[in-house]
Design a binder for this molecule. Structure first.
Ligand code: MD6
Ligand code: FE
Length: 215
C-alpha cells in the first residue's frame, strides 16, 4: 500500500466543484472494510452485468444494484426496477455501512436528512469509461447523489448544464466521496477511459457506488 493510499484522506481538504458539488477526499476510509465486504456480498447475489443502452450499444462498465430499487438499462430505455431482471428477485438490501456513509457525506456537504433508497454499483475494468450524461431517472431531484470511488484511480469529468459545456477534470482515488445536489444535480458528467494501473487492494478494477433517492 502506498503512502498516497494511507494519507490522502487524512491530509486533503474538500475540493469544491460547484456551488453544491464537492469532492471529500478519503471520506470513505473509516467505512472501507465494511464497504468491501458488503460489495462482495451484493455481487454474489446480484451479479455484475454489462447492460445495453437505448442506442443498442453495450456499456463498457458492468453494473449491479442494491436497495428497494435498482437501475436497469436496455434497448427499451433506462428505469428503476424493484426486481433484478436477471434473477427475478428483489435486489439485495442497502447495507448499513452504505447508509451511514451516505448520510455522513451528505451532511458534511450541507444536505441534511438524505435517505437513499438505492445504490447503483458500477465496475470499471481498464479501458472502461462513462460517457457524459445527466442523472435524471430519479423521481425527485431535491435529494443529492453520493458517489464513492473504490480501487483504481479515475478521471472524473464535471460538465455543465449543456452536453456541449467543456468538462472540468478531477482525479478520484480509492476512498474519495463526491456529493452533489441542488443546482448542480443535473450537471453533465462522466468518467474518462480508465488507465491500467492496478490498485493495491482491488487490483485491476474500479468500483463506484452511487447512492440515490430514486422512488
Ligand atoms: C462514476 N459516476 O464515478 C460514475 N453520477 O463511476 C456517476 O455517474 C455519478 O459519480 C452522479 C453523481 C455522482 C457520480
Ligand atoms: Fe451519473
Amino acid at each position: 500500500m502506498s503512502t498516497q493510499d494511507l494519507f490522502h484522506g487524512a491530509l486533503a481538504q474538500p475540493v469544491v466543484m460547484g456551488p453544491q458539488a464537492v469532492i471529500l477526499p478519503g471520506f470513505a476510509v473509516p467505512w472501507m472494510d465494511r464497504l468491501l465486504v458488503a460489495v462482495e456480498e451484493i455481487q454474489a447475489q446480484a451479479l455484475f452485468r454489462q447492460m445495453s443502452t437505448p442506442g443498442g450499444r453495450r456499456m463498457s462498465v458492468s453494473t449491479t444494484s442494491c436497495g428497494e430499487l435498482g437501475w436497469v438499462s436496455s434497448e427499451h430505455g433506462y428505469r428503476y426496477s424493484p426486481v433484478d431482471p436477471h434473477s427475478g428477485r428483489p435486489w439485495p438490501g442497502l447495507p448499513e455501512a452504505f447508509l451511514e456513509l451516505a448520510r455522513a457525506a451528505a451532511s458534511e456537504a450541507g444536505f441534511a436528512d438524505f435517505h437513499p433508497d438505492t445504490c447503483l454499483i458500477n465496475r470499471y475494468p481498464p479501458g472502461a469509461r462513462m460517457g457524459l450524461h445527466q442523472d435524471r431517472d430519479e423521481r425527485d431531484f431535491s435529494a443529492p447523489i453520493v458517489s464513492v470511488s473504490l480501487g483504481m484511480t479515475a478521471t472524473f469529468l464535471f460538465g455543465g448544464h449543456r452536453r456541449s459545456d467543456r468538462p472540468a477534470r478531477a482525479r478520484l482515488y480509492h476512498g474519495d466521496v463526491v456529493v452533489w445536489g441542488g443546482e448542480d444535480r443535473l450537471r453533465y458528467h462522466g468518467v474518462a477511459p480508465l488507465l491500467d494501473a492496478p490498485h493495491a487492494l482491488l487490483g485491476r478494477q474500479r468500483i463506484n457506488l452511487t447512492l440515490r433517492r430514486a422512488g
